[in-house]
Design a protein around this ligand. Structure first.
Ligand code: GDP
Length: 445
């Protein structure tokens, strides 16, 4: 995972410190040297590394930090503070226009993840009660308009694009028209997807700059692929000079990028990282919190993000109803399926577990986690009739065979699912009645 190696190396550095009662100047120098090497190996821009480590050294040698902490804790605290600061300090939220529509323009290289981000933003905004309009201004890549309409549909948002077959089309014109359209049709946010090239190029910059001039966006988000490593700084600077932007979106943070882009871009451009993209699905997206990212890098855990995601996925009223169903023995396979789907909404389970403190060590095990299991279970339940879902007791041999065929699985799969459901229902019933659950083979929890 991104930052994996960096996290491990910093953890190692801190572990060595923990063995010492007091820190000498040479201990601190040694630590700073290790941190510097870890950052350089993570592809962090050299200037950023230099400034970062010199601040850490200066603060660790001075005695501003709390005497309540042991030497290792003091260093961790300093590194945490400084990480937050190079990641941009305070979280910066989207700025909305006083009179709608709010205009958000996306810029970046081809393949950076702009079109995907347009869908993610639209879905996220729609969830928050906004009415986003996606605008196709990438009229160069043959498939770009189609791709945008696909994500728009997934996000449940509308799209504005030139009529098909209307020739090449002028992106500046499309952008301008889209604002008028949004005003007429009462869309409150406009998200403009622009063309990218594989490398930085003058014509691309000019086109993006012209769109910017024409629509005067409230936000210009520069989307950058975290995997591009050392090139991140040059690319970001080129876009800053050519178009300029108000915020950065880091994409593909789920990959095995070493994290250098993330740690360099904000401090090199002076623009805040506003969002992080962590997968190909529209839900794989979150507002960026410098402090939480720092704790994640330092493996201090990211409980806050977990809680927030859990709150988004679970509805309190529904949770109460489910508890009641458990207690009264009326929990059905339909409810079971709903629960599972909610779990999926919480984002990849693997990713969630990665946010828990101390999980850095278990990364290998996490990589073996099979999320397809949930998809399989879904298929099986969806192949059942309403009556079967409500009362699984009617599931005889021929019904099970039919369900297996319908869901492309085997009777054994169906049997396993039914058994698991029955066990879960039994266990939850005990919990709902205030007892201790008994997990088979594990004794009381
Ligand atoms: P654009 O050319 O900037 O519009 O980039 P796209 O949105 O078309 O994305 C390029 C590719 O990267 C597509 O295959 C996306 O599915 C993929 N992609 C986009 N964002 C992410 C992300 O956060 N994580 C991963 N793993 N893939 C992503």
């Amino acid at each position: 995972a991104t930052f994996g190696t960096l996290s491990d190396r910093l953890a190692e550095t801190f572990k060595n410190l923990r063995k010492k009662g007091t820190l000498s100047a040479s201990d601190i120098d040694g630590t700073v040297r290790e941190i510097r090497r870890a950052l350089i190996d993570a592809d962090v821009a050299f200037d950023v590394v230099k400034e970062f480590t010199s601040r850490i050294r200066e603060r660790a040698l001075g005695d501003e930090v709390s005497k309540a902490l042991n030497p290792a804790q003091q260093v961790v605290q300093i590194v945490n503070d400084e990480l937050i600061s190079i990641l941009g300090g305070e979280q910066r939220r989207l700025e909305f226009a006083k009179t709608p529509p709010t205009v958000i323009m996306l810029a970046g290289l081809q393949g950076a993840g702009k079109t995907t981000l347009a869908g993610k933003l639209a879905q996220w905004l729609a969830k928050d009660g906004h009415t986003p309009l996606l605008v196709a201004c990438d009229l160069q890549r043959p498939n770009a308009v189609t791709q945008l309409s696909v994500v728009a549909e997934q996000a449940g948002a509308s799209i504005f694009a030139p009529e098909p077959g209307n020739g090449v089309g002028d992106p500046v014109r499309v952008a301008k028209d889209s604002i008028k359209h949004a005003r007429d049709k009462q869309y409150d946010t406009v998200i403009i997807d622009t063309a990218g090239r594989l490398g930085v190029d003058a014509e691309l910059m000019k086109q993006a700059a012209n769109i910017r001039k024409a629509v005067d966006p409230d936000e210009v988000l520069f989307v950058i692929d975290a995997m591009i490593g050392q090139d991140a700084v040059a690319t970001a600077k080129a876009f800053q000079d050519g178009v300029d932007f108000t915020g950065v979106v880091l994409s593909k943070l789920d990959g095995d990028a070493r994290g250098g882009a993330a740690l360099s871009v904000a401090s090199v451009t002076g623009r805040p990282i506003m969002f992080a993209s962590t997968g190909e699905g529209l839900g794989d997206f979150e507002p960026f919190h410098p402090d939480r990212m720092a704790s994640r890098i330092l493996d201090l855990g990211d409980i806050l993000t977990l809680i927030e995601q859990a709150q988004q996925a679970f509805d309190e009223e529904e949770a109460r109803q489910v508890a009641e169903k458990f207690a009264t023995d009326t929990f059905t396979l339909d409810d079971f399926l709903k629960q599972m789907q909610q779990l999926r909404n919480m984002g990849s389970i693997k990713k969630m577990m990665g946010m828990l403190p101390g999980m850095a060590q278990q990364r290998d095990q996490l990589d073996n986690f099979d999320e397809k299991e949930i998809v399989r279970t879904e298929a099986i339940i969806q192949s059942m009739t309403r009556a079967e879902r409500t009362n699984p007791k009617v599931l005889n041999g021929s019904r099970r065979l039919r369900i297996a065929r319908g869901s492309g699985s085997t009777v054994t799969d169906v049997n396993q699912l039914v058994n698991r459901f029955e066990q879960a229902a039994k266990m939850m019933k005990t919990v709902a009645k205030g007892g201790m659950p008994q997990i088979p083979g594990m004794g009381p929890v």
